[in-house]
Write a protein that binds this ligand. Structure first.
Ligand SMILES: NC(=O)c1ccc[n+]([C@@H]2O[C@H](COP(=O)([O-])OP(=O)(O)OC[C@H]3O[C@@H](n4cnc5c(N)ncnc54)[C@H](O)[C@@H]3O)[C@@H](O)[C@H]2O)c1
Length: 250
């Protein structure tokens, strides 16, 4: 049984991804700062006949990331896949965008990925391969987002991280890809303070060629595909999953 580690898997896209991998027969390592939610996801997977465990993990903590990867490898062997999903999107106008606020978003949304990938790679190399998926955003690949310059910059950075790692790790059989979701119905997008809110999300559906916002499962299934043998020749790409939004706005 292959093992996947997913960050930020207690709610939203991460939770849906945990369930998708479990249904596909993977052992799922659910990690999150949200301990109750993360533990509940692992329990739900086990309750449905799948295999999962929960580890508390704040992706801003390098030692904790290394310890979680080491503990998982000791019990289950090298990771077959890592999904770097944890992210925050705080609304901060430029005049309030202190170094600390900028850094916090980068610590979670960009550097938080490398903290988990770095300790997972040696095991993947020994095993002869693996797959890594990092969550970007259409706000990093296509759009600027008002009062979210730090978020857009970090999510653009994910595209570069994916390209660089893909080249560096290709000879080890490790594929690295990104997913750039459009508008997806999760706590992040439903936040009136930091994002569109429920009304804004429904209004956005009018601009989406497919006529609806995305559901977490719409993203999870693409992440699972990117970690499957069907994607064996696919690396270094960040795939937009947005119901046609960015190709349909003109
Ligand atoms: N929802 C959208 O419309 C959308 C669009 C584009 C990109 N994304 C990206 O997809 C990913 C998942 O987003 P979501 O919509 O499910 O958001 P969400 O807010 O529902 O979930 C984010 C998860 O990340 C976790 N997290 C936050 N800080 C963390 C930290 N320091 N360490 C570990 N975990 C942490 C949260 O606890 C939560 O479980 C994020 O990277 C987000 O930026 C979301």
């Amino acid at each position: 049984m292959k093992t996947v580690l997913i960050t930020g898997a207690g709610i939203g896209i991460g939770r849906a991804t945990a369930h998708a991998f479990a249904r596909a027969g993977w052992h799922v390592v659910v990690t999150d700062v949200l301990e109750d939610e993360g533990a509940a996801v692992a329990e739900a997977i086990a309750g449905a006949g799948g295999s999962a465990q929960f580890h508390a993990l704040d992706v801003t903590d390098t030692a904790a990331a290394e310890a979680v990867v080491a503990a998982v490898e000791a019990a289950h062997g090298p990771l077959g896949a890592v999904v770097c999903n944890a992210g925050i999107a705080h609304r901060v106008p430029l005049d309030q965008l202190t170094d600390a606020k900028w850094d916090h978003t980068f610590e979670v949304d960009l550097k938080g990925m490398i903290r988990v990938i770095r300790p997972a790679v040696p095991g993947m190399r020994r095993a002869g391969g693996g797959a890594i998926v990092c969550l970007s955003s259409i706000m990093g690949t296509n759009y600027g987002w008002d009062q979210h310059v730090h978020y857009s910059a970090a999510k653009s950075g994910v595209v570069g991280l994916v390209r660089g790692l893909a080249v560096e790790l290709a000879r080890d059989g490790i594929r690295v890809n990104g997913v750039a979701p459009g508008y997806v119905r999760t706590a992040q997008a439903l936040s009136r303070e930091h994002s569109l809110g429920p009304e804004g999300l429904e209004a956005a559906a009018a601009f989406i060629p497919m006529g609806r916002v995305g559901e977490p499962e719409d993203i999870a299934d693409v992440i699972l595909f990117l970690c499957s043998d069907g994607a064996r020749y696919l690396t270094g790409q960040t795939i937009t999953v947005d119901g046609g939004l960015v190709v349909g706005r003109y």
